[in-house]
Design a protein around this ligand. Structure first.
Ligand code: ADP
Ligand code: MG
Length: 255
């Protein structure tokens, strides 16, 4: 029987800052085509974990594999090129239209060099047109179709969060890291975002690792959950299992 290669394996990952262990031998696996939630109280090490996975922080020990590839020592751009895209806890967009921001997401996929593009060589023009078509599709998919030419500064908060997500999708990732995708959203925006996230899994087949404080949302959309507290993995499993795990409940109640 052929073994299915996990989308992501984190094995004994440890990260230390001066006098503080932000991740303490953390291990977990994300199965392909699933939504895996990383939860835990403030300071648990969730954002640190994302920074490790995207190559921004280095582990003191342990390793990270993306599919078959050991990415533990790779710089951020190499990891991104392998198909790992992320969104940030705080929105990071560039001034300009939605279309402009999404085209920036295509940057790593652009083959034509800067000069060919600047000279508007036919091959470069064709490539740009293909990118533009795909970006338009992704805008439709993420509910931004009628905002394509709108300046991002003029969009409501919920739509700006969507632009971040759409830009990450424009990198055609295999694994998507979402850091608090519904933080600051109202109920209607949360419901719509949850639908988009499950559609990314079900329609596009992309594996998703999500950090989110909205437990109701996690329980509805996650296939599997890993729980961190003070840098340690204190529990994990199905949402139902985690919800009734005494160690997890204790961590959240802070007793
Ligand atoms: P979470 O995202 O789960 O709230 P973080 O990963 O942001 O937690 O933080 C985990 C711990 O690591 C916290 O105690 C935080 O203060 C510390 N930490 C995070 N990043 C740094 C850094 N760059 N330098 C020093 N300490 C950090
Ligand atoms: Mg955080």
């Amino acid at each position: 029987p052929t073994r299915e290669v996990p989308a992501l394996v984190v094995e004994g990952a440890t990260v230390r800052f001066a006098g503080l262990t932000a991740m303490d031998a953390v291990s977990f696996t994300v199965a392909p085509g699933t939504i895996h939630a990383l939860i835990g109280p403030n300071g648990a090490g969730k954002s640190t974990c994302f920074n490790v996975l995207s190559g921004v922080y280095r582990t003191a020990s342990g390793c990270v594999r993306f599919g078959d590839v050991d990415v533990t020592a790779l710089p951020p751009h190499r990891i991104a090129a392998l198909g790992v895209a992320r969104t940030f806890q705080n929105i990071v967009l560039t001034r300009g239209t939605v279309a402009h921001n999404l085209m920036l997401g295509r940057h790593t996929l652009t083959r034509a060099g800067f000069t060919a593009t600047a000279l508007r060589l036919p091959s470069a023009v064709r490539e740009q047109r293909r990118h533009r078509e795909r970006v338009r599709e992704i805008a439709e998919f993420t509910g931004l179709g009628d905002r394509f030419d709108t300046q991002v500064d003029l969009l409501p908060y919920g739509d700006r969060k969507r632009v971040e997500l759409a830009r990450a999708l424009c990198m055609e990732p295999k694994l998507l890291l979402l850091d608090e995708p519904v933080a600051g959203m109202n109920t209607a925006e949360r419901v719509a975002m949850a639908q988009t996230i499950t559609a990314i899994r079900d329609t596009l087949g992309i594996s998703i690792l999500i950090v989110e404080h909205d437990m109701g949302l996690i329980m509805r959309i996650a296939d599997e959950v890993t729980v961190l507290d003070f840098g340690r993995r204190i529990g994990g499993g199905t949402p139902e299992h985690v919800q009734s795990d005494p160690a997890v409940i204790r961590a959240y109640l802070g007793t």
